[in-house]
Design a binder for this molecule. Structure first.
Ligand code: ZN
Length: 99
């Protein structure tokens, strides 16, 4: 199952690549349900914080209606940068899967 989630994150990374973005894709899974599926949108949004992980965190927060992402897992195809790692730390209990 984790491999399938990673494949979905890679598909998101490909979407970023096709848009001329740095190819990073991320998904957040909660109890085996994908609650956020995003990719880098830095160039599209002209927003340096629009990293796939940051967008995934915001999307998951909105989906769950909470600021913490308990029992969730993040799948991303690149090691998170310092900004994203900090945000992931703040949301607590996120497991980072790096392949
Ligand atoms: Zn980042």
């Amino acid at each position: 199952m984790k491999i399938n989630f990673m494949k979905i994150a890679l598909k998101e990374a490909n979407k970023a690549f096709e848009k001329g973005e740095v190819p990073v894709g991320a998904i957040i899974v909660c109890e085996n349900t994908i609650i956020a599926k995003t990719h880098n949108l830095i160039e599209t949004l002209q927003d340096l914080t629009a990293h796939a992980e940051m967008l995934a965190i915001s999307s998951a927060n909105q989906y769950l209606g909470t600021k913490f992402l308990k029992n969730c897992e993040l799948y991303v195809n690149l090691e998170p940068c310092v900004m994203c790692a900090g945000a992931l730390y703040l949301t607590l209990q996120i497991i980072i899967q790096i392949f």
